[in-house]
Design a protein around this ligand. Structure first.
Ligand SMILES: CC(C)(COP(=O)(O)OP(=O)(O)OC[C@H]1O[C@@H](n2cnc3c(N)ncnc32)[C@H](O)[C@@H]1OP(=O)(O)O)[C@@H](O)C(=O)NCCC(=O)NCCS
Length: 214
């Protein structure tokens, strides 16, 4: 298999790759558990926001001169209201969080440490460019009996826990996207958190108990 290089793409450096990264996202998010039926124009517009935000980063994995994976991050306060609102509603200042928006890698390149590198690069960026105390992302919740759920699918919870993240049942958001077949479906996504420094929990007095354990 070809060698893979990890590149940090900021601002203008992202522009030449908007099309390739848009297609990469569409290919991965079309699969379970997202089943996202997006279009390239929307994906390019989404990625262009990263190019226009000096506080944002895209980490890309390249093989043979083409991107085979990407992950992105930015301060939570730069995200859409749907993502930020649950934090405010829980009494948490969004400035304390750095948002890891997505990690996508084409299937043939998985299991070689690229996903680990995506998390390390984004956490390092958050630590060096912000005062955020926590890294956070959200994962979609799918019913056990969903007809498209692949048999034996276990999800990424173990991978995320091994990266130091814990799911936070008090923080969920709702996002809608078009699924295969054309219907737009509203989804619930749960946030996961990881301390970037010494503060273990965003709540000084955790209401209702500690975060879920591994
Ligand atoms: C999430 C995703 C990017 C992870 O990518 P990945 O490259 O397969 O993950 P890695 O290979 O880095 O890690 C998987 C395991 O292999 C291990 N591994 C294998 N080779 C490794 C190496 N050379 N160096 C470090 N770790 C290695 C990792 O340690 C990890 O095991 P662990 O959790 O027990 O520590 C990938 O599964 C994906 O694209 N999934 C579909 C999209 C998705 O659901 N994204 C998440 C929400 S946006």
């Amino acid at each position: 298999m070809q060698d893979v290089s990890i590149r940090l793409l900021h601002g203008e450096a992202l522009i030449p790759w908007l099309g390739a990264l848009a297609r990469l996202r569409l290919a991965v998010f079309r699969e379970w558990p997202y089943l996202y039926e997006g279009n390239e124009a929307d994906e390019r517009a989404y990625l262009r926001c990263y190019a226009g935000n000096p506080k944002a980063l895209v980490v890309a994995a390249f093989a043979g001169g083409e991107p085979v994976g990407m992950a992105s991050c930015l301060p939570l306060s730069c995200e859409s209201e749907a993502i930020v609102a649950p934090f405010r509603a829980a009494g948490l200042d969004p400035a304390r969080f750095f948002y890891l928006a997505e990690s996508v890698l084409l299937a043939p390149w998985r299991g070689r440490g690229i996903g680990v590198a995506f998390f390390a690069a984004r956490e390092s960026f958050a630590r060096s460019t912000s005062l955020a105390e926590f890294a956070t992302f959200c994962g979609v919740l799918r019913p056990e009996d969903h007809p498209e759920r692949p048999p034996g699918w276990t999800g990424l919870s173990t991978f995320w826990r091994h990266r130091g993240y814990r799911q936070e049942p008090r923080l969920c958001c709702s996002l809608s996207w078009p699924e295969r077949g054309g219907e737009t479906v509203e989804h619930v996504l749960r946030f996961w958190l990881k301390p970037l420094g010494r503060t273990a929990s965003p709540w000084t007095e955790p209401p209702g108990g500690a975060m879920l354990g591994p």
